[in-house]
Design a protein around this ligand. Structure first.
Ligand code: AMP
Ligand code: ZN
Ligand code: ZN
Length: 470
């Protein structure tokens, strides 16, 4: 009897140990699970050319309402060149232009011997887009649905995918119609989790009037009313406060002057080169054998124009390592325009300049359950939008040039550590593995002690026998 009685003690220790490990595991499990990315719905809105400071130029009550209810990031550094297509593709890939391959609005691929042109509406060649995979492709590969209203690139088949719902580009489709389609997609029986909305203004009027023109006031007010309309429609559809809305843009705008023109014809024979992308970051393709001649004549031609051979382009611009970047890049200083000569058409506003310039920076607001309220943040990079979106959608971000850690402080709930999906599996695996190992050790120890006590008992009984006989 004695050995059996004693045997219960190690068994109890073993069971206690198991229960403790199980309790710790259960206690830690929720916090491990809370590290899982969110799976919220997101609407990404771009008002083309909405400079970061437009909200201070005229009364913009709807932008301010969104700011009070969400987060306002004051300076967003977008990517060079600060044009529409490169920056819209950055927002949905997290990559610099040299890495996603949409290096300009106007491009020439010397290997494919093919061109891409926003001006000629010739943007549908998949091969220009497929150096990267935009977020809607990943979203759909992971089983979700996307809806896109005119966002650049969403009417192009990329890696075999269109967005689940999309609208072929047509700038005459009204803002209201675009919003209506998105709301239908968000509220349908098989709803989208991710929507993209693009609107051409205030970019177009910014080019025509110039950003410092007082007539831009009504244009900015109109965008503010459009934002108000979007918010009221989301409220009607019971989506406001439920989905996360990011309101941003691709770039800002700089004021030009007919006094600040750099005329290429004054310095170099037009027969020697082709201009692929236009001012203010001019992509120059010299004729065969004419690279040095064109470069030498332009290099010190004008004090407000910096000319680089492709390999000299500063690393900080992340604008070198792509075959669609042409052999010579001529970049005008802020507010200057590069033209062939004065007979070229003139506009009062332009963008495309160095992305370090605040005038090139866009607005950024984020409103919804995932975001802090009435909060501001000083700076972020446009490349960070992509990992933020992936976190909100609960999908795996592809390798990118952004950083989720750099923007996680705009989220309402603290996100303690950034783990990939693999890491969650690892955490659970380690917990379960440790639990099983401890159970095994406990059973082994129990068994060992039990055997030892049995042996001692036998010896004790044998040793005691003669005394009993006495
Ligand atoms: P940017 O001057 O770089 O800001 O280019 C803006 C212009 O691009 C807008 O005025 C739009 O009309 C035009 N745009 C935007 N998306 C498309 C598209 N999918 N196809 C053709 N043009 C577009
Ligand atoms: Zn634009
Ligand atoms: Zn523009």
């Amino acid at each position: 009897m004695l050995p059996q009685k004693r045997g219960r003690i190690p068994s109890r220790i073993a069971m206690n140990c198991c229960w403790k490990v199980l309790a710790i595991f259960l206690l830690l499990l929720p916090s491990a699970l809370s590290l899982q990315p969110a799976q919220s719905r997101v609407l990404l809105v771009s008002f083309d050319g909405f400079r970061w400071d437009y909200i201070y130029k005229v009364s913009t009550p709807n932008f301010h309402y969104a700011m009070e209810n969400g987060v306002h990031v004051k300076q967003v550094t977008n990517v060079f060149i600060t044009k529409t297509y490169p920056n819209h593709y950055t927002m949905v890939t997290g990559l610099y232009a040299e890495s996603h391959g949409i290096v300009a609005n106007e491009m020439y691929d010397p290997i494919l011997n093919e061109t891409f042109s926003l001006n000629k509406m010739d943007t549908h060649n998949s091969r220009f887009w497929e150096e990267a995979s935009p977020i809607w492709v990943t979203n759909q590969r992971e089983g979700h649905k996307t809806g896109a209203a005119m966002w650049p690139g969403t009417d192009v088949k990329i890696h075999g995918f269109f967005p689940t719902h999309y609208m072929p580009y047509n700038e005459s489709v009204s803002f209201e119609d675009r919003v209506a389609r998105l709301i239908d997609w968000f509220t349908s029986e098989e709803p989208i989790n991710f929507g993209l909305l693009y609107w051409e203004q205030p970019d177009e009027m910014g080019h025509i009037l110039g950003p410092e023109n007082p007539l831009m006031g009504p244009i900015i007010s109109d965008i503010d009313q459009k934002l108000g309309y979007l918010m009221s429609e989301l409220k009607k559809a019971k989506l406001w406060g439920v989905i996360n809305v990011i309101i941003t843009s691709d770039h800002g705008m700089s004021q030009l002057s007919s006094e600040r023109l750099i005329e290429l014809d004054q310095y170099v024979n037009r027969e020697l080169y082709k201009v692929i992308e236009h001012s203010p970051a001019v992509a120059i393709l010299p004729n065969e054998g004419k690279l040095d001649e064109v470069y030498e004549t332009l290099a010190n031609a004008h004090p407000n124009m910096t000319v680089y051979k492709k390999e000299q382009i500063p690393d900080r611009l992340h604008y070198k390592h792509n075959r669609k970047i042409q052999p010579i890049l001529a970049v005008a200083d802020k507010g200057w325009e590069i033209v062939y000569n004065k007979s070229d058409g003139f506009q009062f506003g332009n963008h495309g300049y160095d992305n370090i310039l605040p005038e090139m920076h866009p607005i950024f607001l984020a409103v919804g359950p995932a975001f802090r309220k009435n909060a501001t943040k000083e700076v972020m990079n446009a490349t960070d939008i992509y990992p933020l979106l992936c976190h909100l959608l609960g999908i795996n971000a592809l390798p990118n040039n952004g950083s989720f850690n750099a923007v996680k402080d705009i989220l309402a709930e603290e996100v303690p550590v950034v783990f990939g999906a693999d890491t969650y599996a690892t955490i659970v695996g380690v917990f379960l593995g440790s639990f099983l190992v401890i159970v095994f050790i406990a059973v082994f120890v129990k068994h060992f002690i039990f055997t030892q006590l049995n042996t001692m008992q036998v010896q004790h009984t044998e040793a005691a026998q003669p005394l009993l006989q006495d």
